[in-house]
Ligand binder design. Structure first.
Ligand code: 523
Length: 151
């Protein structure tokens, strides 16, 4: 198969090409509204509960990241959003998964913690450090906060 052939040829970047082909993407949104950034507190699993994240979830087969983001934010928060731009970078999660982040604007609805979260908070430009973010979200949150301050 094509993937077996790719795997047999050692790519110049070592294992990185093969890893990208097999990694599953988790997409998260830096959601903005009226100059604030949305933070969501996870209610599960136990090891992540109580920590804050940029809301999102796993891509389904055949889904594009932006589509998955719009779907996840609709399911989890009951809102309509519009993805704006990718925040450069890709952050490792549990083995086989990577986190990618898009900025998005709130189009309609008021976010509610419908599933996976037990609290939501809108953070102004000087408040983005006031919640206990998941470690893996911190680089994207820092960039999202910078974009918020510069906007
Ligand atoms: N993260 C993470 N940061 C972050 C998100 C949205 C997710 O570190 N901003 C991690 C947490 C989980 C994995 O990515 O280990 C999957 O996220 P999850 O559980 O929100 O994705 P779902 O909702 O698609 O998961 P299932 O309901 O299990 O399919």
């Amino acid at each position: 198969s094509a993937s077996a052939r790719e795997a047999a040829v050692a790519p110049p970047g070592g294992r990185s090409t093969l890893r990208r082909m097999t990694e599953r993407v988790v997409v998260a949104g830096a959601v903005y509204d009226r100059g604030r950034l949305l933070a969501a507190r996870r209610s599960a699993p136990e090891e992540l509960a109580g920590r804050w994240e940029l809301p999102g979830g796993k891509l389904e087969p055949g889904e594009r990241p932006e589509e998955a983001l719009v779907r996840e934010l609709r399911e989890e928060l009951g809102v309509e959003t519009e993805p704006l731009a990718r925040i450069p970078g890709s952050w490792p999660l549990k083995p086989g998964y990577v986190l990618q982040v898009w900025t998005a604007r709130l189009v309609s609805g008021e976010p509610r913690p419908l599933e996976d979260h037990d609290a939501l908070r809108w953070l102004g430009p000087d408040e983005t450090d006031t919640v206990d973010w998941l470690d893996q979200d911190r680089p994207a949150v820092a960039e999202a906060a910078r974009l918020l301050r510069d906007s």
